[in-house]
Design a binder for this molecule. Structure first.
Ligand SMILES: [Zn+2]
Length: 126
């Protein structure tokens, strides 16, 4: 199953690192997907959680990865497909990356897994 940004996944955590879904673990945590690529997902790491290998999302990275601006200066971490222990919640639709409007049942139409709505595609400066 291919997941999209806004969906939530549960990951197994061992010694503050996200491990493969079949490995031993200390706890399970739920994360929101903020970007998708061919092999895995970028997850939002809330400030009260410490996860190894997480990085601060800067403006360039958010733009490059199509991450929503509200995650600038927040912690994100990249995981592979096999580090998804289970799907926690699937969002029925997506928000446009440009105007932030939410569209039910919408699917990504950009290479980086984001959605640009019809209005924004027609008029990028609206
Ligand atoms: Zn839009």
């Amino acid at each position: 199953m291919k997941l999209n940004r806004g969906d939530r996944v549960d990951c197994r955590i061992k010694d503050a690192a996200i491990v493969s879904s079949y490995k031993e673990y200390d706890e399970v945590r739920t994360f929101e997907i903020v970007s998708v690529d061919k092999h895995g997902y970028y997850l939002f790491v809330p400030s009260y959680v410490y996860i190894k290998k997480s990085v601060t999302a800067d403006v360039y990275q958010c733009k490059h990865l199509g991450i929503d601006n509200r995650f600038i200066d927040e912690q994100i971490v990249y995981i592979q497909e096999n580090q998804v222990y289970r799907v926690s919640a699937v969002l029925d639709g997506m928000s446009c990356i440009v105007c932030q409007e939410f569209f039910f049942m919408a699917e990504p139409n950009q290479e980086n897994g984001s959605l640009v709505c019809y209005s924004c595609r027609k008029n990028p400066y609206r």
